[in-house]
Design a protein around this ligand. Structure first.
Ligand code: ZN
Length: 699
């Protein structure tokens, strides 16, 4: 961002420079590094500790276009402990926040697993009360309204005491150009006032780069010359270019006082407006790159400085307006007397005022995109109607911008409570990569649809007086839900160890009807050493629909007799917090000797009655399920009748013998066949000669 190539008129050079900037920005984003100025802690190594202090977030903007956030904790005794975050650096906090940190202390720096859960803001007397306002959905970061009393201290180094520009030039940079920029961005609510002092030569070498040391030495020099630091809420340290500080500018993110460092011999107004943006509490304005076919995606490339229409990104000009998400954080939109942002909740045609112009608004629309199922944080679409006005006049420059920016509606997304979540969207992803990011807007007549959010957006007219946008909401935004999972059979037949048993898992997609079809990955939980093979690894289902797949579970040969749990699960492939599971039982039983028993439901009957015959087949104590049985009933006169059936899961077959109205009186013989085929698969003898008999009488 800070490279000078962007002013080159040669487009190919600009092209290469920009791509390098964007790529480096993406690679370097989001990681915290230790400050070289880290004070040593007296505490020993690798200890879990809880520390309390004031959070410091310093951002460095490097000349080659990458950036770095440096976090530290300032303890009550003044010790500075560098903070490292394994994940989720704290983008919901600001410099000066009083926090409690839980982490692992090693070598004087504290490693925290997560910035969102291991770092807690302590609400105390230091907490800011926001200025009085009309009710609003968001409370802005503090210290963003009115005159911002700024002390600019010009310093040079003991071994490089040059004065590359004059005090008057510095006054014009800050209280002229930067003041105009902040007045226009804030709709005339925030100004940059104050004093430029210096040049002072500080006892610091240009062969080092220690921001804390430069800041302290500059303050000391200003105080020695009569400055009263307490009259100011923002400090800026400006010095001739120091090669060791590879960055062009650096700043605290928020803070009262905020502190900014300008490392340029000929300061660029973009550097000043960008670093002061950090000082006000802003993070970068990113770009979401979803490739050439999509505007929105769940795993796109976030380009750290990618917003080409925002000073917190890399506009191809000195300065551009901060986007609506950033201005809402500052309170310059949708707060107090600021222009409103209209939150669209029902279908209709909505107007957007030209973004750069003050008034009641709305200067942007806000439409719900999604709600995080874990944190409840809402992500919004922000729609703006940019015009080539004021600091956005560069939009008429067709060398850099294809100008759909002024004939279309600009889209960003941003998430409540996360300062680093502003992403520019490309509404024309199909255009080639280079130009693709210079025509990001959705022009009149084109439609953007987000079926997950249940919203369709069509600009119907865009002009210098603003835009009208038709928004259609299907009334029910996508609400994801846990899938239902069932498994059949709930219990296997009795099998010997080593037998493959099929279980059918059925999954139902319970997402609301406006959700896109979801893919559910199938999983199983089997005892250690067992084999599980699925007929399909995943099921793709529309909301309300069900699908099935078969799990073939096989126990190792020699597994002891018993009942074993077979678990199946289904997990939403794009949101793993949505899942379901079910379990069945796999029963192993080593066959014992076959036994057959035979009985009738009564011992004596009258003609016309029905005789109930029960055949029970067991191997040892295990039922022989599914076995064919044949029963012969022989009447007193010698006439034989054959009954046949199959044993059920308990090894029992129930057969009926209907006595005629003229059935002969006497004793009837009941015999179960002498050859009985065994259903159990691993019995070596497929048939057996076991049998049983009983009798009943007819009166
Ligand atoms: Zn920056």
């Amino acid at each position: 961002m800070m490279n000078q190539e962007r002013y080159a008129v040669c487009v190919p050079i600009l092209h290469l420079g920009l791509l390098a900037v964007l790529a480096l920005g993406a690679a370097a984003s989001g990681f915290a590094q230790a400050s070289s100025a880290a004070a040593q802690s007296q505490v020993g190594t690798n200890q879990r500790v809880q520390l309390e202090g004031e959070l410091e977030i310093i951002h460095q903007d490097f000349r080659d276009g990458h950036g770095r956030f440096v976090y530290s904790l300032k303890l009550a005794d003044g010790t500075r402990v560098p903070l490292h975050f394994v994940k989720q650096p704290p983008t919901h906090l600001l410099t000066g926040d009083h926090v409690r940190a839980n982490g692992q202390l090693s070598g004087g720096s504290l490693t925290l697993y997560s910035g969102s859960t291991n770092l807690t803001k302590i609400t105390g007397p230091a907490a800011k009360t926001p200025p009085p306002s009309t009710p609003s959905s968001s409370i802005p970061v503090p210290n963003t309204f009115g005159a911002q009393s700024t002390l600019v201290i010009l310093v040079n180094f003991q071994d490089d005491a040059v004065q590359p520009y004059t005090v008057a030039a510095a006054q014009n940079m800050f209280f002229g150009t930067a003041n105009n920029f902040f007045m226009e961005n804030s709709y005339q609510q925030t100004s940059i006032t104050g004093t430029v002092v210096g040049w002072y030569t500080i006892p610091v070498s240009i062969t080092t780069c220690d921001t804390a040391q430069i800041g302290t030495a500059a303050q000391n020099a200003a105080v020695a010359a009569g400055a009263n630091l307490s009259n100011y809420t923002r400090y800026v340290y400006a010095f001739p270019h120091n090669n060791v500080c590879a960055w062009a500018g650096s700043s605290s993110v928020g803070g009262k006082p905020s502190e900014s460092w300008i490392n340029e011999s000929s300061p660029d107004s973009h550097t000043i407006h960008h670093e002061l943006g950090h000082a006000f509490g802003l993070w970068h304005s990113h770009l979401l790159d979803c490739g050439t076919t999509a505007t929105i995606c769940s795993s796109g490339n976030i380009v750290e400085y990618g917003d080409l229409l925002d000073t917190m990104g890399v506009p191809q000009t000195a300065s551009a307006h901060y986007n609506a998400f950033q201005k809402e954080r500052l309170g310059w939109l949708n707060y107090g007397a600021s222009p409103s942002i209209q939150t669209v909740q029902t279908s209709g045609i909505y107007t957007i005022n030209p973004y750069e112009v003050g008034g009641p608004g709305p200067n942007a629309l806000k439409i719900l995109k999604s709600t995080d199922s874990t944190t409840g944080a809402k992500t919004w679409y922000y729609l703006e109607a940019r015009q080539a006005v004021g600091f956005d006049a560069f939009l008429s420059n067709g060398v850099y911008y294809t100008q759909n920016e002024t004939t279309g509606v600009l889209f960003h997304i941003g998430t409540d409570g996360n300062g680093s979540s502003s992403d520019l969207l490309d509404m024309t992803p199909a255009t080639p990569t280079y130009y693709g990011w210079f025509d990001p807007s959705l022009v009149a007549g084109q439609t953007f649809q987000d079926s997950t959010a249940g919203v369709t957006i069509t600009p119907t007219a865009v002009s210098s007086s603003g835009a009208t946008v038709q928004v259609t909401m299907n009334g029910s935004a996508c609400a994801a839900a846990n899938p239902s999972v069932s498994v059949s059979p709930s219990q296997s037949q009795y099998v010997t160890s080593g037998t493959a048993v099929n279980f059918t898992a059925t999954v139902t997609d319970n997402d609301s009807s406006s959700c896109a079809p979801a893919t559910f990955n199938l999983g199983d939980a089997l005892p250690t050493g067992w084999a599980g093979v699925w007929s399909a690894t995943a099921l793709s289902l529309s909301p309300g629909k069900s699908g099935s797949a078969t799990l073939t579970a096989t126990s190792p040969t020699g597994t002891a007799d018993g009942s074993y749990n077979v678990g199946v699960s289904a997990t939403n492939a794009s949101a793993s917090s949505y899942n379901g599971s079910a379990a069945a039982t796999y029963v192993i039983s080593t066959p014992g000797p076959l036994s057959i028993s035979l009985s009738t439901n009564q011992s004596s009957y009258l003609p016309g009655q029905t005789v109930g015959v029960t055949v029970t087949m067991l191997y040892g104590t295990s039922p022989d399920a599914g076995a064919s049985v044949t029963v012969t009933v022989t009447a007193p006169g010698g006439k034989a009748t054959t009954l046949s059936g199959t044993t059920g899961s308990s090894g029992v077959a129930l057969l009926n013998y209907k006595l005629s109205r003229h059935a002969a009186a006497g004793t009837y013989q009941v015999q179960v066949g002498t050859t009985v085929s065994a259903a159990i698969s691993t019995v070596s003898a497929a048939s057996t000669t076991a049998g049983a008999s009983t009798t009943f009488t007819v009166q």
